[in-house]
Every structure is written in structure tokens, then in C-alpha cells.
Design a protein around this ligand. Structure first.
Ligand code: ADP
Ligand code: MG
Length: 355
């Protein structure tokens, strides 16, 4: 017997007019998991989240929570918490009243409510803020109140739709770490929506990449980053090169004028130019022979100083461009011929995108 996952988004489809927003999305989320849906604006992330919440009905497919089909249940009977980009606090209430509001359906006594509010404010690092008016808090603090309120009734699942997007870069980065800590401490499953690749990699146990309503890839951050499955997944992460070529006659190796590598799984679909992904930081420049397996030449077009690292914009013999990012790279001048080197396993074959 296989036990059912905490949440099963079961082959869910949703279309608005001609626009397919969820094209048979299937996701299984386990207890205590931090699961992120990542994709560009309009890829269908919010629609999938809203269907989980019960704010939108799927055209077909089911939402199953803890083995129970909740597709026809209204939002308030699903025992979920939600946090949105706009801090949905009640402006006329103080911090403690806002957090306690999440408990109103629990019918707890006054002391139990106070105890739970104290616990939650401690969890989100707002101890002592009980009597403050929420309108006087910073953006980050307001969002922590919203998170405390959503977690107070111990939801089975917390749904978060771009909760940090309205915050400044510095606060956002701090909050990413705090949110992950809150998730670990409560051991509550989070379903998190963001269009920010770095945010997804920072916080998640697993990430689902969406494009045009299609689930492109579901993987742990490290695997997603190092082993993208399609061209879309590869290019969504900054620093990935996509190099196109062709398959050899026997279909077992990828060839382009610069290099030629045999493939473990020749899983490149026909009809599209076969392509591989190469991460910019996996490329060496003028490294001593023998350091890496694959070596080929390119011409340097220009260098771009990025602070922590430098981008070397290079052109391959067939005209394709490729970028190498190095933290302590060589001094080179534009027009110079350069030897690129990389490990065989950092050349990742890509499949066609489902479109
Ligand atoms: P994301 O959250 O990834 O930005 P959404 O799920 O909000 O994407 O929306 C995906 C697309 O679905 C939108 O670009 C829009 O065209 C369409 N859409 C979403 N909600 C509605 C709606 N209520 N009515 C009509 N179209 C909608
Ligand atoms: Mg959205």
C-alpha cells in the first residue's frame, strides 16, 4: 500500500477562453515539504494555487488533500492558510488581534488564544509587538503578521503567493531565510509561488518550473540548477548557455562544430535542433591541458565586470555565443582566441519543451 501524499494536484486543467492556464498539472506534496512553483508572469502559478485553495474551480482533475477529494469543498472547509503579496491584515486591529483573528473558527478560550498568539509572534520574531497598530509596521513586519495569522489555526498546508515581492531587495533576502526557518520550525507544508529563481532555490525542498500552464520539471534546487530538462528550464536560470547542434548518424552523440560528446541517454526529441545546456561557471578559460575533458576554441567578444565575477562573452566557430563566468579569470583582450574547457558531465542534453 502506498499512502496518499498530503496534497495531490491530480491532472488539473484550467482554461480561460482560449488560454490554457493549467495543462493537466500533476503535483504531489508531502508533509513538511517546502514546495515552490516557479515560472514567469502568466505561466499559471497563481491559478494552480487558487485551485488548491478553492478560490478557482478546475475544468477537470481533482484536488486531493490527505486522501480526501476536496475539489467541491469551499475554501474555508479545506483547512488551509493563505498569504498573498499584499499584506492582508486588518488595519483597524493591532498585531495580537490580527493573529487572533485566524483562530476565531477554533472556538478557543481567551487564555488559549493569548498563548497561541504569543507562540506565533515568537515564531515570526515579533515578540512584544502585540499592541502595535499593524499600519505602523514596516512591510516585512506586516507580512510576518500575515504569516503568523495564517499559521495560528495550524493549517494542513500554507499557500503563499509571491509574499515577498513587494519588499525591498535587502529585506526580501532576509525574509527568505526567516520564512524557511518558520517552515522548518512548524513542520508545515508550504506551497510557495514566485517568479524569482534565486528565491526558489534559496528556500525550497523541491521546485516545480511552469511555463504556459505546463509543468516543465519538478526537482530539488540543486538538480534543477545543474540538470535542467528542457531549454526553457535551462534559460530560466541565469548563467546557463544553450548550445545547438545535431545528432550523429547513430543518434548517440551530440555534435556541433566546436565539440562532439556521446550521450548516456539520447533523449533529444526529433524535429527540433538538439541542444545542450552548459553553466557559465563550469567553463574554464585557457586552463592547463588535462584539467577538463572537453576543450575547444572561441573568440572573446568582450568582458563584463559583475563585481563578484566577470562574464566573458565568447563566440564559437559556428557563430553561436557562449558566456563563461569566472571569479578570478585571466586578463584577456577582445578579439583574442581562447581555449574553453569543461568537464564532460557539465554538458547537459536538453529535451524539447512541451509546446
Ligand atoms: P501567474 O501567477 O503565473 O502570473 P496566473 O495564474 O495569474 O499566472 O495567470 C495565467 C494566465 O491565465 C493569465 O495571463 C491570464 O491570461 C489567465 N487568467 C488567470 N486568471 C484569469 C481569470 N480570472 N479570467 C481570465 N483569465 C485569467
Ligand atoms: Mg501570480
Amino acid at each position: 500500500m502506498t499512502s496518499s501524499p498530503l496534497l495531490h494536484v491530480d491532472a488539473v486543467r484550467k482554461q480561460f477562453g482560449q488560454r490554457v492556464t493549467a495543462a493537466g498539472v500533476d503535483i504531489r506534496i508531502e508533509n513538511g515539504e517546502f514546495f515552490t512553483m516557479l515560472g514567469p508572469s502568466g505561466s499559471g502559478k497563481s491559478t494552480v494555487l487558487r485551485m488548491i485553495a478553492g478560490l478557482e474551480q478546475p475544468d477537470s482533475g481533482r484536488i486531493v488533500i490527505g486522501g480526501q477529494d476536496v475539489t467541491d469543498l469551499p475554501p474555508w472547509r479545506r483547512e488551509l492558510g493563505m498569504v498573498f503579496q499584499q499584506y492582508a491584515n486588518f488595519p483597524h486591529m493591532n498585531v495580537a488581534q490580527n493573529v487572533a483573528y485566524g483562530l476565531r473558527r477554533k472556538k478557543l478560550g481567551r487564555d488559549a488564544v493569548r498563548k497561541r498568539v504569543t507562540e506565533l509572534l515568537d515564531l515570526v520574531n515579533l515578540s512584544g509587538f502585540e499592541d502595535r497598530p499593524v499600519t505602523r509596521l514596516s512591510g516585512g513586519e506586516q507580512q510576518r503578521v500575515a504569516i503568523a495569522r495564517a499559521l495560528a489555526p495550524r493549517p494542513r498546508l500554507l499557500l503563499l503567493d509571491e509574499p515577498l515581492s513587494a519588499l525591498d531587495e535587502k529585506i526580501r533576502r532576509e525574509m527568505q531565510i526567516q520564512l524557511k526557518e518558520i517552515q522548518r520550525a512548524t513542520n508545515t507544508a508550504f506551497v510557495y509561488v514566485t517568479h524569482d529563481q534565486e528565491e526558489a532555490l534559496t528556500m525550497s525542498d523541491r521546485v516545480a518550473v511552469l511555463n504556459w500552464g505546463h509543468l516543465i520539471q519538478v526537482d530539488e534546487p540543486h538538480d534543477l540548477f545543474r540538470k535542467p530538462k528542457t531549454k526553457f528550464a535551462a534559460t530560466f536560470f541565469r548563467g546557463s548557455n544553450v548550445v545547438e547542434g545535431k545528432l550523429s548518424g547513430d543518434g548517440r552523440s551530440f555534435e556541433c562544430p566546436s565539440f562532439n560528446v556521446s550521450m548516456q541517454e539520447p533523449n533529444l526529441l526529433p524535429g527540433k535542433p538538439p541542444a545542450v545546456a552548459i553553466r557559465a561557471e563550469s567553463i574554464g578559460l585557457n586552463a592547463p591541458a588535462g584539467v577538463d575533458d572537453v576543450r575547444f576554441n572561441a573568440v572573446l567578444e568582450r568582458t563584463v565586470y559583475r563585481g563578484i565575477y566577470t562574464d566573458y562573452l565568447l563566440r564559437l566557430v559556428d557563430g553561436q555565443s557562449i558566456t563563461a563566468s569566472l571569479t578570478a579569470g585571466p586578463e584577456l583582450v577582445a578579439g583574442q582566441s581562447v581555449t574553453l574547457s569543461l568537464a564532460r558531465e557539465s554538458i547537459v542534453p536538453l529535451q524539447a519543451d512541451p509546446l
